[in-house]
Design a protein around this ligand. Structure first.
Ligand code: 9D3
Length: 253
């Protein structure tokens, strides 16, 4: 999978791309990330990439011409060298990124990621270049660079072979639609706090059921919105119905 990233701050990408699972995926040829500095496509001698908004309002707006030049050149749009690919603007106004959107985007062999800065980009970029707009959540960041890295990381994890584990991303929280059950490792007694007996029992069927129930309890308590959408078995529904019937206000420890 090829990511073309368009940014005024290409340097902030390097440290993360040179670490973690993303680095291994690059070394294994599973992903390629091409960083394009929008400033390299500014036409004037001061290499201007932003300007004041028409009709005032304060702040700065990213100029359309360097962005169009950078994206059209990198994607071979003028020469028709390459198939059209999604051009995603990272913006607080976009649809909020989820695992479902990650899976949808991971189907594409190539994505262009456009990182906004300042108050935003000239509206004509949105209208005539961008094909999709994504936010990573309702909080204010300084630009689209961290969101672009978030997207690259989430999509890389979905590529078969990108994780060491052959089971891949199937076990990830959110892939099942539920929050994860509690995890423990050695020692069995840490400062007097015990690992739940059942995990030491060796009874794999019982352990699987306990973990599933812990996932259901935790999701019901912390993210009831997920529970309505999650694929639940008949046994799951019985467990939840029983909880409601016996003790509607019971909270997990
Ligand atoms: C000061 C301007 N803000 C008025 C409320 C709007 C604004 C514009 C640009 C706020 C933040 C930004 C920079 N952020 C992004 O470009 C961004 C972002 C984010 O801030 N939060 C979550 N996802 C994203 S994706 C891109």
């Amino acid at each position: 999978m090829l990511f073309d990233v368009f940014t005024l701050f290409p340097d902030v990408f390097e440290p993360y791309l040179q670490a973690s699972i993303v680095q291994r995926a690059r070394q294994n040829g599973l992903i390629e990330v091409r960083l394009h500095n929008i400033r390299d496509w500014a036409a004037d001698k001061h290499r201007t990439t932003d300007d004041t908004p028409y009709a005032g309002g304060g702040g700065m707006v990213m100029k359309p011409d360097p962005i169009f030049a950078a994206v059209e050149s990198a994607l071979g749009m003028a020469t028709g060298d390459s198939a059209p690919c999604p051009v995603i603007l990272l913006t607080p106004q976009g649809r909020v990124f989820t695992q479902r959107i990650a899976a949808e985007l991971a189907e594409h062999p190539r994505l262009a990621l456009l990182c906004g800065r300042y108050e935003g980009v000239d509206e004509r970029v949105r209208q005539h270049l961008v094909t999709d707009e994504i936010s990573i959540g309702d909080y204010v960041l300084s630009g689209g660079e961290l969101p672009a890295l978030v997207l690259i990381d989430a999509l890389t994890r979905l590529i078969p072979g990108a994780l060491g584990d052959p089971d891949g991303a199937a076990d990830d929280s959110h892939a099942s639609g539920l929050l994860e059950y509690p995890h423990y490792t050695r020692p069995p007694d840490f400062r007097g706090w015990q690992v739940p007996e059942i995990l030491l029992s060796g009874d794999h069927a019982k352990i699987a059921r306990w973990r599933r129930e812990q996932s259901l309890l935790r999701t019901r308590l912390r993210r009831p919105d997920l529970l309505t959408a999650a694929p639940l078995t008949e046994a799951d529904r019985k467990f939840l119905a029983n909880l409601e019937a016996n003790d509607p206000l019971k909270v997990e420890g």
